[in-house]
Design a protein around this ligand. Structure first.
Ligand code: DON
Length: 317
């Protein structure tokens, strides 16, 4: 077995490419173990035998393997970026409307909302993302354009856009999100129309990006808020630390403990099979493989991240 380096900064280009190559080979032996999500019909159409992984370093270097340039539906990975926009706009006021505790419940659960009086547990469950979407809608003159511009600047890809088929599929099958948004609204915790909030939420979830785009897009969280691609200070160092902490405790829902145990990095998953992860002070990471585990996280993506932190010694623990 490869010995983890004493100092992660000693990892050179050759080591990282070698490690990605090994992971790619291992993962491809296991295609078919996950399950495609069928509650959003258009996401069930994606071929399951796909795996990509990309690393984005603060000096602009990219390491990538497999299907790292195949675009996919980023789904809940988008919640990292709307959280960043909401925190930039309202700062700690956000935490009066959404908590920052792990939920221990599935991403689409409503169960805590009633006894916690319409304050969602964290910004990464669907309920919390709806409140965050509401804050973004109220804070920016054109929230949709702001988000698109943000993603294009972070990824350096001016082609980043949304997938209308996925957005429509979500609108037609999103009964639970509709219920959730109305329930939160009944507690006075949404300022905008339920339809406007849901529309923005479906738009963010339907963004199409690839592993290289997304590794670049989270890299600011690995470099004290500085985005290497656009040379912009996206958030403060403290902001990046805070977002990473919420990703660690809630980014993979009721599997956050399991992720800390097997992966050991702040991470955010989406039902499109993507997972972004942050190696604080070192790099942004994205993995993608469409088959999910029973918690709605990419099964092989989680495995790839596990192997990555074990082979590089880059777990935060
Ligand atoms: O609202 C939904 O259910 C989806 N648009 C997003 C859920 C999601 O990605 C959960 N992540 N694992």
């Amino acid at each position: 077995m490869r010995k983890p380096p004493q100092n992660p900064h000693d990892l050179n280009r050759h080591d990282l490419d070698d490690i990605l190559g090994t992971i790619n080979e291992e993962v491809r032996q296991r295609f078919g173990e996950g399950k495609l999500p069928d509650y959003i019909p258009s996401l069930a159409d994606v071929p399951e035998d796909r795996f990509g992984m990309a690393l984005a370093l603060p000096d602009g270097r990219i390491h990538a393997v497999g299907n790292a340039r195949d675009p996919f539906s980023i789904q809940s990975v988008s919640k990292v970026f709307t959280l960043t926009l909401a925190m930039s706009a309202v700062g700690d006021e956000l935490w009066k409307r959404v908590d920052r505790e792990p939920s221990g419940d599935p991403f689409n659960s409503l169960v805590q909302l009633e006894y916690e009086k319409g304050i969602p547990r964290n910004p990464f469950m669907n309920a919390g993302a709806l409140v965050t979407a509401d804050v973004v809608l109220s804070s920016y003159a054109d929230a949709e354009a702001t988000l698109l511009e943000f993603m294009r600047a972070r990824s350096g890809n001016p082609e980043v856009g949304t997938d209308e088929v996925v957005a429509k599929s979500e609108r037609e099958s999103g009964h639970r999100n509709v219920a959730m948004a109305n329930f939160i609204r009944s507690y006075g915790n949404l300022d905008n129309d339920v339809d406007a909030v849901l529309g923005f939420y479906y738009l963010q979830c339907s963004l199409r990006m690839d592993c290289v785009d997304l590794a670049r897009s989270v890299q600011y969280l690995a470099d004290a808020g500085h985005c290497a691609t656009s040379d912009v200070q996206v958030t403060s160092a403290e902001g990046a630390t805070r977002i990473n902490s919420v990703m660690m405790t809630a980014g993979t829902y009721d599997a956050a403990g399991d992720f800390a145990y097997y992966v050991g990095l702040p991470a955010k998953s989406g039902v499109g099979g993507g997972i972004v992860a942050v190696v604080p002070h070192v790099m942004g990471v994205c993995v993608w493989s469409p088959g999910l585990d029973d918690k709605g996280n990419s099964l092989l993506g989680r495995y790839a991240l596990h192997r990555f932190t074990r082979m590089t010694g880059l777990s935060v623990f």
